[in-house]
Design a protein around this ligand. Structure first.
Ligand code: FEO
Length: 170
């Protein structure tokens, strides 16, 4: 059994991870509508990763005999002003997710729930990578994306990303 507060926070995190999948699918759709299919691919893979994050939290609750509560997923009605806006939104969103996971970690520590802190260790590391990936994309776009040829090459690079399931097995 887990502490009720931890269960609530993890259920909220499940919603945030599914929302993240939605968030990135929306960005993928934007780039594909602009014929930047490589960017679209990168964000579709990102959306798949987010679903896998949500499912890890689902499984963690189930493994501990707790109920999973699936809440509404917030609608996204965004209009992006230019190609760089979704990249900046990505970094901002990942910083938000990092804070959210840190909050669960802090609550678990407060409750001496070391099973949960151990489970979350993978996510703490993963969030470092997620922020770094978003920051790398912003920097690459700033360096190369404003020139047509550079944008074409960057789009080709992003087309090569393939989904790999998370290394965490629970
Ligand atoms: Fe599930 Fe992008 O963090």
């Amino acid at each position: 059994m887990l502490n009720a507060k931890i269960v609530k926070l993890i259920n909220e995190q499940i919603n945030k991870e599914f929302f993240s999948a939605y968030f990135y699918l929306d960005i993928a759709n934007y780039y594909i509508s602009k014929n930047l299919n490589g960017f679209g691919n990168w964000f579709n893979v990102q959306a798949q990763e987010e679903r896998s994050h949500a499912m890890l939290f689902v499984k963690y609750l189930q493994n501990n005999g707790e109920d999973v509560e699936l809440d509404d997923i917030k609608a996204l009605k965004r209009k992006f002003a230019d190609f760089s806006e979704p990249l900046n939104a990505t970094l901002e969103h990942e910083i938000f997710v990092t804070e959210s996971i840190n909050n669960i970690y802090a609550a678990a520590l407060e409750n001496k729930d070391f099973r949960t802190t151990q489970f979350l260790d993978w996510f703490i590391k993963e969030q470092g990578e997620e922020e770094q990936n978003a920051d790398d994309l912003i920097k690459k776009y700033d360096l190369f994306g404003k020139d047509g040829k550079g944008l074409y090459l960057l789009d080709s690079e992003l087309a090569a990303r393939v989904y790999a399931p998370p290394s965490l097995v629970i």
